[in-house]
Write a protein of this length. Structure first.
Length: 157
């Protein structure tokens, strides 16, 4: 007999992304000798081709943060967050329970929430940044992104 999940809540595990998407992301990220602006262009082309590819939205948001544009980062991460919510709900998530980092296809969603937290803090949306931090600790109890003890105020740019 299979074991029952903790408190009757099962983990949510997203399906793997198409190989073409992950290969495109690897190409974009490994073409770093072309400079940060070209990386941004490559990531934008990737989300235009694959608008449901969560990992690309997360990386695009992180890129915008690195480039000093927290407003764009917020928009990109929010897109990944909302598309990710759609995906985890479709995968059976009912508003609670883990979406663990250890399952690689979940990482695009978790990274999007993480970038959203950082971008929200940088634009002064501290309540939203804190909600994202708490959401990440609920989604990934193993805290692979190291947010459990994070003071979101420290992220303010």
């Amino acid at each position: 007999m299979p074991e029952l999940p903790l408190h009757g809540v099962r983990e949510t595990l997203l399906d793997a992304e198409p190989a073409a998407s992950t290969e495109g992301l690897d190409e974009a990220l490994n073409a770093s000798d072309e400079g940060p602006l070209e990386l941004g262009r490559r990531l934008r082309r990737l989300v235009r081709k694959q608008p449901t590819f969560l990992e690309a939205w997360a990386h695009l948001g992180a890129w915008a943060l690195e480039e000093g544009d927290p407003v764009a980062a917020y928009a990109f991460a929010r897109t990944g967050y909302h598309r990710g919510l759609d995906r985890i709900r479709k995968a059976g998530w009912g508003g609670q329970g883990p979406v663990p980092w250890r399952h690689e296809p979940n990482r695009g969603f978790l990274r999007s929430v993480h970038v959203l937290m950082r971008a929200a803090a940088e634009i002064g949306e501290m309540n939203e940044a804190e909600r994202c931090r708490q959401f990440l600790t609920q989604l990934d109890p193993d805290d692979e992104l190291g947010v459990a003890d994070l003071e979101v105020a420290s992220l303010r740019g």
